[in-house]
Design a protein around this ligand. Structure first.
Ligand code: ZN
Length: 218
């Protein structure tokens, strides 16, 4: 039987790196993007363009419900993008987002006969989102298996690495330039190196600089 994987794919740096990782590892890859009313439709266009370019099956699922449930700076123009203070999550946090995305990805995976689900969640560099933690992913893996009586395997290739190491992974997959140019991470909707001002751009740029510096030293 062919090894098939569903990749949770936003068109950003992390999930695009995961997509290339999956393309190397599995025989067949399906990408799934969630439309939850992101401020920037460009994110979804970006994901579509990459999936088209790579010739992979791509599904865009409507998750507008998330915006109704949990107002946040990613979907509402009237909420400012701010880092959380005193341990509070940043204003871009969407309660339960990864749990919901992975659950829907699981349903799609089973329907498509795929056992593997790949997600770019990461415990290292992140703002402390509870449903990005390794322990949560392991718990959800068990839950999905029980819920659908199926042996899913959840893969989190970025779980323990930082942004610099994510760039290193992209480089090893020979996709650094592709990911640098064609993905969108910026909260202001600017592709590639982005606006350079928002927290997402800072994190991405800092990681890239760190990686490129370490490469020079080698
Ligand atoms: Zn930006």
């Amino acid at each position: 039987m062919k090894d098939k994987a569903v990749v949770v794919f936003s068109g950003g740096q992390d999930s695009t790196t995961c997509l290339f990782w999956a393309l190397k590892k599995f025989d067949e890859v399906i990408a799934v993007t969630f439309d939850y009313g992101q401020r920037h439709k460009k994110e979804i266009e970006c994901a579509k363009a990459i999936a088209d370019d790579l010739g992979i099956e791509h599904h865009v699922l409507d998750m507008g419900l998330l915006n109704q449930l949990s107002p946040n700076a990613l979907t509402r123009e009237d909420i400012k993008i701010e880092m959380g203070e005193n341990g509070a999550p940043p204003s871009t946090f969407v309660e339960g987002r990864n749990m919901l995305f992975l659950t829907f990805a699981g349903v799609l995976a089973k329907v498509k006969g795929a056992k593997h689900i790949v997600t770019g969640v990461c415990e290292t560099d992140f703002s402390g989102y509870p449903d990005c933690r390794d322990i949560f992913i392991k718990s959800l893996n068990v839950t999905l298996n029980l819920a659908m009586d199926y042996t899913f395997i959840l893969h989190t290739p970025l779980m323990w690495i930082n942004k610099a190491q994510t760039w290193e992974m992209a480089d090893k997959l020979r996709k650094l330039d592709y990911i640098r140019e064609k993905t969108l991470t910026c909260y202001n909707g600017i592709m590639g190196d982005g606006c350079g001002e928002c927290p997402a751009c800072h994190l991405r740029q800092r990681g890239l600089n760190e990686y490129l510096e370490s490469k020079k030293e080698k």
